[in-house]
Ligand binder design. Structure first.
Ligand code: SAH
Length: 205
């Protein structure tokens, strides 16, 4: 079985976006952060033997990490062809792929019911609330959702979660190095406050 340290090392070797597209807010989750979330999810029983989707999968770090931790089946959904080709390459180099399904499509077309969803969607810095369709889709197709958002949009995330009958079971705060796509920012190391939420469907009993 892989350890947390091994997971972090393996994820750090994945290829990331070479020419990130600003309009799609392409930015790979830093590998240490991905490893932290995935390991915690694994410990909580949200990964092993589970059917999982990675929405807006980019170069695949979240879903590949889940496969390395024993997910039963993984759906990768990504609408950008260039990202999908990097993702396919990362998959082949790191995982057995018989249980990985990559779909070049928009998150709005996703229609599978799964056990757990991981997503680091666009934060809505280019297009306001670009993460809304991701949250709505995730809440409609899974009972456990891990989702990254800009901390400043906390109220917005909580209100959609409440609308869909989800409770926020855990929050994880990180400082992401500023998305490197934003080359017009002058300062060398700027950081952005990001919150990952673990949200679970409230029991209907
Ligand atoms: N989940 C990856 C990538 C995050 S960047 C990671 O954690 O590293 C967000 C990704 O969402 C980008 O790859 C972008 O192309 C993709 N994306 C944006 N809008 C989308 C949509 N409507 N449907 C599917 N993918 C989308």
């Amino acid at each position: 079985m892989i350890t947390k340290k091994q997971l972090a090392i393996q994820l750090s070797k994945l290829v990331v976006f070479d020419k990130p597209k600003i309009n799609l807010e392409q930015y790979s989750t830093p590998s240490e952060i991905a490893a932290t979330i995935l390991w915690d999810a694994y410990m909580k029983g949200d990964i092993k033997e589970k059917i999982i989707a990675d929405l807006g999968a980019g170069t695949g770090i979240l879903g590949i990490g889940a496969l390395l931790l024993g997910a039963k089946k993984l759906y990768f959904i990504e609408k950008d062809e260039d990202a999908v080709s990097l993702l396919q390459n990362n998959l082949r180099m790191n995982c057995r792929t018989f249980n990985a399904f990559v779909s070049l499509s928009s998150v709005s077309d996703f229609n599978k019911n799964v056990d757990t969803i991981f997503q680091n969607p666009p934060f809505g810095t280019k297009e306001k609330h670009a993460d809304k369709p991701f949250l709505e889709k995730a809440f409609s197709h899974s009972r456990v959702v891990y989702s990254f958002h800009k901390k400043s949009t906390d109220k917005f995330v909580r209100s959609i979660a409440a609308d869909f009958g989800f409770q926020i079971a855990e929050v994880y705060d990180f400082n992401f190095p500023l998305r490197r796509t934003a080359t017009f920012h002058k300062k060398k190391i700027e950081r952005i406050e990001v919150r990952c939420y673990r949200m679970i469907k409230k029991s209907t009993k």
